[in-house]
Ligand binder design. Structure first.
Ligand SMILES: [Ca+2]
Length: 122
């Protein structure tokens, strides 16, 4: 009887270890209802892929539009190309972020926050 109880405790401990391992694997990209489709560049208005968002197919967007202009705080490049993000429309102004294919930024950082207006492969 006591042995069976101990086995149960061990099993519970193993489950806890498995869960914490999954938690550590947070280097994986965001997975949520707003998941960014493969082949898209996705931008969000808040850090950690929250708030308003825009999912754009392909690598180029000459003007993000008034809905997302100067509001991006996190992003995900799910295309097969490196993508550069620019301060102004038509790929002008400062290059605010250079994001390799398949990479993401949960926080674009203070220099780029709320400034992105366009992007393309680079
Ligand atoms: Ca801008």
């Amino acid at each position: 009887m006591k042995k069976a109880l101990l086995a149960g405790v061990v099993a519970t401990a193993c489950a806890a270890v498995t869960m914490s391992t999954a938690g550590i694997a947070q280097a994986s990209p965001p997975k949520n209802p707003n998941d960014c489709p493969n082949g898209y560049v996705c931008v969000w208005g808040d850090i950690n892929y929250e708030g308003r968002y825009l999912f754009n197919p392909g690598t180029d967007r000459a003007n993000v539009g008034s809905f997302m202009n100067d509001l991006t705080s996190s992003l995900w490049n799910r295309t097969g190309s490196q993508v550069c993000f620019y301060e102004h429309a038509d790929f002008r102004g400062a290059t605010l972020a250079i994001v390799p294919a398949g990479s993401w930024l949960s926080n674009v950082g203070p220099a780029a926050n709320d400034k992105i207006s366009s992007w393309r492969d680079c």
